[in-house]
Design a protein around this ligand. Structure first.
Ligand SMILES: [Zn+2]
Ligand SMILES: [Zn+2]
Length: 134
């Protein structure tokens, strides 16, 4: 499967060749801040299946062990993140995909302990208080 996407201004474009390994929603406070408040919808991939086809992102990590967020230096839209705890993987924001419909909804919800009453959790999703395995 090939998926494409990019930032809002299109200075940053990417291509994904490979399988979607995970479909998730993260409700952690950081994702609320970055997403606009509703939480961050994303797909998980092998990092080798992802490449930028136009532009280079700016990168930011708040601390040495925090995920590095990759975003457009022109329009500021965040497209992907990499975690030092899972260096072979990468996550891509669903909103950055050219066809967000391929997402089909989250299988998993992370950081439910930071959710608010207005957040929606799908009935069939597996819900974790923080992250799986913690
Ligand atoms: Zn941009
Ligand atoms: Zn999060």
């Amino acid at each position: 499967m090939t998926l494409t996407g990019g930032c809002h201004c299109e200075a940053l474009r990417f291509e994904i060749k490979g399988d979607v390994r995970m479909r998730a929603l993260c409700l952690c406070r950081t994702c609320q801040k970055i997403s606009g408040g509703a939480g961050n919808l994303f797909i998980g991939l092998m990092a080798d299946d992802f490449r930028y086809t136009r532009g280079e992102p700016r990168r930011f990590a708040k601390t040495a062990d925090a995920p590095t967020r990759e975003f457009c230096s022109e329009c500021g839209v965040h497209v992907a993140s990499r975690s030092p705890k899972a260096p072979a993987g990468l996550i891509v924001k669903v909103g950055a995909l050219d066809d967000p419909a391929v997402f089909e909804g989250p299988q998993m919800v992370f950081w439910a302990e930071e959710k608010h009453g207005f957040h929606l959790v799908p009935d069939n999703a597996k819900v974790f208080a923080r992250l799986p395995g913690r």
